[in-house]
Design a protein. Sequence first.
Length: 210
Amino acid sequence: MICVLCHDMHCPHFAHVDGLDYFRCRRCQLTFLDPAQLPDADAEQRHYDLHENDPNDPGYRAFLNRLAAPLCEQLTAGSEGLDFGCGPGPALARMLEERGHQMSVYDPLFAPHANALDRQYDFVTCTEVVEHFHQPEREFELLAGLVKPGGMLAIMTSLLHDGIDFQKWHYRRDPTHVCFYRQPTFIQVARHYRMSSCEVQGNSVIFLRR
C-alpha cells in the first residue's frame, strides 16, 4: 500500500476493524483507511447533517477555544484569517472575529466560496477537518499555499498515540474519519511543505508556521 500523504511505498497493514482495513506509513506514521473503502459523498453528507455545530453553544465554543486561545496569543491585532472546513455553523470564525480578526470561511459542502481560495492569509484554521481528507497530500498542498510567508496554519485533530486502543477509539468509529495523525506525521508535513516550525500543544492542537 502506498501512503496517501507522503507516497512512501512501505505501509504495512495496521488493523482490521469492523470490516475495514487500515494501514500505517513507516515514514510519516500516518494511519489511513484503505482507499478502496472510503465513504462516498452521499454517506459523508448524511453524517455531516447530524452535526450540531451551534456557534452559540458554550460547550462547543469551549471545545474550539482549545485552538483559538493559544492561536490568538500568536496573532497580531486585525490579522486576516480563513476558517477552512468551517462546517454548517462557522463558530470558530465568529469567535476569532469577536477577538478583532478579519475572517473568511470555506467549506466544500456548507460554504463553497471558491474565491476564498484565491488569496493568502495571515493564518488558516482547520479544526476537526484533516481526519476527513481522502487525498491528504493534495489538501495539505492547498492549505500550505493559502498561508502567507510568516503566517500560521492552525490545526485541531485528535492525535493517535501509543496509549490508544485503536479498535475501541471513539475517533476511529466516526465513519467519515479516514486519516489519523501522530506528532511525527506533522513534523513530516512541516518538512515537506517547507514550514519553518511545527508546534504541538497537548493531544490535538498543531501550529505550523510558514
